[in-house]
Design a protein around this ligand. Structure first.
Ligand SMILES: [Zn+2]
Length: 102
């Protein structure tokens, strides 16, 4: 078996390099909206976070997303992301588990 090349991305919170699939993409759209991009296909500047609430909290604390997206992420957006993050975390983990079963 040939080892497959896995694209790696860095989590903006813990700075760990991780396979792209294990990260959640946060994107700043050309309309300056900051969103969670589960498909990884939205256009705009992206930043990656591990699919862990702890990393989200760390990013919130040290404003890692602001720096990664080179834009001020307002507290309202962080709040929205926090709610979304909890909501997507289960879905994200479930999707990964499905993939491991294959
Ligand atoms: Zn992380």
């Amino acid at each position: 078996m040939k080892p497959k090349k896995v694209p790696l991305r860095k989590c903006v919170a813990c700075q760990e390099m991780m396979p792209k699939k294990q990260l959640i993409r946060i994107v700043k759209t050309p309309e300056d909206e900051v969103l969670i991009d589960l498909t990884g296909k939205k256009s705009g500047r992206g930043a990656y976070l591990c699919g862990k609430e702890s990393c989200f909290k760390l990013a919130l604390k040290n404003r890692a997303l602001d720096r990664a997206l080179k834009s001020k992420v307002s507290p309202e957006i962080y709040e929205q992301l926090a709610a979304d993050f909890v909501a997507v975390e289960d879905e994200f983990i479930a999707a990964q588990e499905r993939e491991e079963d294959e």
